[in-house]
Design a protein around this ligand. Structure first.
Ligand code: PMT
Length: 403
């Protein structure tokens, strides 16, 4: 069954240009099984018509507090009680201010006061308005009150400015909605995850690295967040966005990743080492760009710290999951790393196979413990990560019940 199946969602639309995206949002939420009722402010109707939203939602659109006919059909208090979740998208600076002030001067602000349902706000406004002290103070108050703030995203704005203030994409809003209702079985856990490659400088313009894109580690971070964990993602340089809601620590080199991993280990219940860490770094990094004066050149390398092995040696040892990227004898090498690095589990991927592993959207893993061997078949990394996170938790729970 889909997570949004039969979930009752009130979508509040306010007067911003991003309102044009809301018919698509309604359709996508409905595709996922949600029942959607739309509430519009006067400002929203300047951008999109109630008739359009009625057609896509299949429900009457409410836009007035004082409409006796609408109140007869489903009164505002009834609507406030009906909702499992209220999403305000786009949410202008005005509605954010009115909710924070506790105003009830139109249907949407009244609903927010009258409901006990959770409220998610997807801000959309000019970047200067988003950064204004008043807006930031309002957002911080709403967060303290338990409102969920989804976004905003950054990029080019309708007014031509560039910066934070764009409403999140419809896809992201649908994902956040379904994450919201997902089973929060990791609620009391803090996962620290390493992801992406490291870069080891040779000189100011060159470095040694590998093909890790960060997709696998970021998918694990997303799956753990969705299951309710607090997530710290220690990431090497990648070109993908971190999942909303995680704490992102950006590093470049293996030594920086090592430092951050050890700084966070005492908070972690679970440590997942998905990063493709360079085993060696350059012994003497040149201060200036190296010139091609010689036919041959040699670079002397020294061994980096083994991050996951050092985490396993720490006084506060969390539940530790390593990865093994192998091109041959996968089980033999993976089991060797499991023992040598003192890990609880190791997820091995055969990176010699086409269409999986480094920089691919898909992966297949074999998860080894000292006694188990579990296959996670080839699938999109998001799906693989979801299964992996659930399996890690099963082993974590088993280990902690043994104690
Ligand atoms: O990022 P993607 O493009 O999505 O690709 C995903 C991936 C292939 C990078 C990922 O699935 C993966 O296999 N990550 C581990 C890659 C790796 O470096 O494996 P390894 O066998 O060399 O290292 C074994 C383990 O020790 C790993 O958990 C690694 O993070 C850790 N390690 C290694 C060296 C080091 N100095 N410190 C470490 O912590």
């Amino acid at each position: 069954m889909q997570i949004l199946q039969d979930k009752k969602i009130v979508l509040g639309i306010t007067g911003g240009i991003a309102a044009y995206k809301t018919p698509e949002l309604v359709r996508r939420l409905k595709d996922h099984g949600a029942d959607v009722r739309v509430v519009m402010t006067e400002g929203a109707k300047a951008f999109i018509t109630p008739l359009t939203l009625q057609a896509v939602s299949g429900n009457h659109v409410s836009d007035s507090l004082l409409d006796s006919q609408a109140e007869l059909a489903m009164g505002h208090i009834e609507l406030a009680k009906w909702a499992d979740l209220i999403i305000i998208a786009p949410a202008t600076a005005d509605i954010i201010a009115r909710i924070t002030a506790g105003m009830a001067n139109d249907l949407l602000s009244t609903l927010c006061l009258a409901t006990s349902a959770p409220i998610a706000i997807a801000p959309a406004m000019n970047q200067q308005m988003w950064h204004a002290k008043a807006t930031q103070a309002n957002i911080s108050t709403l967060k303290q009150w338990g409102f969920h703030i989804w976004g905003p995203g950054a990029g080019e704005q309708a007014c031509g400015d560039v910066g934070l203030g764009r409403m999140l994409d419809v896809n992201e809003l649908v994902t956040l909605s379904s994450d919201f209702f997902a089973d929060k079985y990791l609620q009391d856990q803090h996962w620290v995850i390493t992801a992406g490659p490291t870069r080891e400088a040779i000189d100011p313009v060159r470095y040694i690295s590998n093909h890790s894109s960060g997709k696998m580690g970021y998918a694990i971070a997303h799956a753990a967040l969705r299951a309710g964990a607090q997530v710290t993602l220690i990431s090497g340089p990648v070109n993908i966005a971190a999942p909303a809601g995680c704490e992102l620590i950006q590093v470049t080199s293996a030594e920086q990743m090592h430092q951050q991993a050890l700084a966070y280990v005492s908070q972690a219940t679970t440590f997942v080492a998905c990063a493709a860490v360079a085993d060696y770094r350059v012994a003497n990094i040149a201060d200036e760009k190296i010139k091609k004066d010689n036919e041959h050149m040699q670079i002397s390398l020294i061994k980096n710290h083994d991050i996951v092995a050092d985490v396993a040696k720490s006084a506060h040892k969390p539940f530790i999951v390593g990865f093994a990227a192998e091109t041959q004898n996968v089980e033999h090498y993976a089991r060797g790393k499991l023992m040598r690095k003192n890990l609880d589990l190791i997820a091995a991927n055969d990176v010699a196979k086409a269409g999986q592993g480094f920089n691919s959207d898909d992966n297949a893993l074999t998860l080894y413990s000292a006694i188990d061997k579990i296959e996670i078949p080839l699938a999109n990394k998001q799906i693989v990560a979801k299964q992996l996170v659930s399996l890690i938790n099963q082993h974590y729970v088993a280990k902690n019940t043994e104690k």
